[in-house]
Design a protein around this ligand. Structure first.
Ligand code: BJ8
Length: 384
């Protein structure tokens, strides 16, 4: 079985979460404010500017699902069930330590789940417009950013100043740049980085609460990888290069991402929320901060937006820039918005971009691993 290229000090996602739990506990003991988030639409700068730590809440783990199914329907996306299950059972230490949750009305399942979550802990739901280009959408969403800011202020009895917002925007833009540079190592051919590492590190980094340290870590690792490319990989043959698209993959890293690489291909990029989706797009530092945040976060290319033209543009650019040989789309079971976009994505990738496309629908269980391996194996063989 081909070996996956990993750094010596590689930390798996479960290990990173365990470490983060201790770090967050220490922060709480020092009296730090903590706000939980779930989604890429969450304007983290609002939380930073409130002198609070934002933490990604657990949305993975098959063990979290049975408790959720006591309240939520079984035929719901595993990410939503694991989010609620982790919270209601206290299996998610980050939810336990959060003072409140900043959420958004993305898909129907998530927004209805938040009604139950709010009974456990104050959950502010920002109401997204159904499409980013609809009449009044921008101004409506700007008002939602204002409302979220005011709710955080009222909750903590503080004022979020413009100066604090500007500082937060600058810091998060530097973080975005460091993350983007790290992702873009995947453009090198042959890739010196494993997609398994990319997915793990970026997802684990959501638990690195010191942003300056996170930036320094990513800059160092990016420099090491570029150096490694020139000394070990440049000019050598490449394995088939895969781009991942669709739903977030942090709940299926081992089941899908790692398996693709064990079966002989390189995952070189992600066109999903585990990838550079929002990192490529900094917040405009010259504008009024609330307007700039509203504009930036409404540009996230998620299938909950209708229409969602940005996803085609992002896919097209990434296929070219990362010299991709095939796209594998991961759709979480019962995720209607990504499932519906799937046929259009297939047509776009195969007809417009002229490369093969495979869509896999799965959940967090391991019962379909054999079937997934068979499909991945056949696809990779097709790519040669
Ligand atoms: S911005 S992708 S993180 S919503 S997979 S819960 S859409 S039924 S996770 Fe997502 Fe924000 Fe979009 Fe990104 Fe619903 Fe689909 Fe489940 Fe989903």
């Amino acid at each position: 079985m081909p070996e996956i290229k990993l750094p010596e000090d590689f930390v798996t996602y479960p290990e990173a979460r365990k470490k983060a739990f201790m770090a967050l506990k220490a922060l709480k003991e020092q009296g730090r404010r903590v706000v939980g988030i779930f989604c890429t639409y969450a304007p983290q700068e609002l939380i930073d500017a409130a002198d609070a730590t934002s933490v990604s809440l657990c949305a993975i783990g098959e063990e979290n699902i049975p408790a959720a199914e006591k309240v939520l329907p079984k035929n719901l996306c595993p990410l939503i069930k694991a989010s609620y299950g982790g919270a209601v059972t206290d299996h998610c230490p980050f939810f336990y330590f959060s003072d409140m949750v900043l959420a958004e009305s993305t898909c129907d399942g998530k927004k209805k789940m938040y009604e139950y979550l709010d009974k456990l802990k104050h959950t502010h739901v920002m109401q997204l417009p159904p499409g980013r280009d609809g009449r009044g959408a921008q101004e409506y969403w700007r008002q939602e950013v204002v409302a979220a800011k005011e709710d955080i202020e009222n909750f903590y009895g503080i004022t979020i100043t413009e100066e604090k917002l500007r500082e937060a925007i600058k810091l998060r833009n530097r973080e975005r740049k460091a993350i983007l540079d790290y992702y873009e190592v995947g453009r090198l051919k042959p890739s010196p980085i494993s997609g398994y590492e990319l997915n793990t590190v970026i997802t684990s980094n959501e638990y690195a609460f010191d942003i300056e340290k996170k930036i320094a870590f990513l800059e160092k690792r990016t420099a090491e990888l570029v150096e490694k490319y020139h000394s070990e990989y440049e000019g050598k043959p490449s394995r088939p290069r895969i781009l991942i698209s669709g739903c977030p993959t942090h709940g299926v890293i081992d089941k899908v991402i790692k398996r693709i690489e064990e079966l002989g291909a390189d995952v070189v990029g992600f066109e999903n929320c585990c990838g550079p989706r929002e990192k490529k797009d900094p917040v405009d530092e010259t504008k009024d901060p609330i307007t700039a945040l509203a504009e930036k976060y409404l540009r996230v290319n998620c299938s909950v937006m209708s229409p969602n033209p940005g996803r085609y543009e992002a896919l097209s650019e990434q296929i070219d820039d990362y010299q991709v040989d095939g796209v594998i789309e991961v759709v979480l079971m019962a995720c209607h918005t990504y499932a519906i976009e799937s046929e259009a994505m297939k047509q776009f990738v195969t007809k417009e971009k002229g490369i093969p496309f495979l869509s896999i629908t799965t959940d967090y269980s391991t019962t379909d691993q054999g079937q997934i391996d068979t499909r991945l194996g056949a696809f990779i063989e097709l790519l040669g």
